[in-house]
Ligand binder design. Structure first.
Ligand SMILES: [Zn+2]
Length: 113
């Protein structure tokens, strides 16, 4: 269950931001999470809720925006969305694929009072 350690890192970053911007309470946090990270959004929200108790982020809502996986064929430069993690170029059947989207995991916005 790697969501727990991810939730902890997110919380650390949020608390840092909170201190920097003198926010007393976080209302919501917008995250971008790539599908390639295999993070389960409901699980991440649950872990975050547990860990954020008694911090300024307690009760904050996570708005998780998932980012589709996109690959780029190194052979013909075709950009495509792989199906079921099958990394084969639909144009030339090449298998030398670079992942250009889907590994994202970052905080886009923090809103608070
Ligand atoms: Zn190709």
């Amino acid at each position: 269950m790697h969501e727990l350690s991810i939730a902890q890192s997110l919380l650390d970053i949020i608390i840092q931001e909170v201190n920097k911007n003198s926010i007393s309470k976080v209302t919501w946090v917008k995250l971008r999470v790539g599908k390639f990270t295999s993070i389960e959004p409901s699980c991440l929200s649950f872990c975050f809720e547990l860990l954020s108790k008694d911090t300024p982020a307690e009760g904050a809502h996570l708005r998780i925006e998932s980012v589709s996986i996109r690959g780029k064929c190194r052979n013909c430069q075709e950009v495509f969305e792989p199906n079921d993690f099958l990394f084969v170029c639909p144009t030339c059947s090449g298998q030398d694929i670079e992942i250009i989207n889907g590994r994202e995991l970052y905080i886009q916005e923090i809103e608070g009072d």
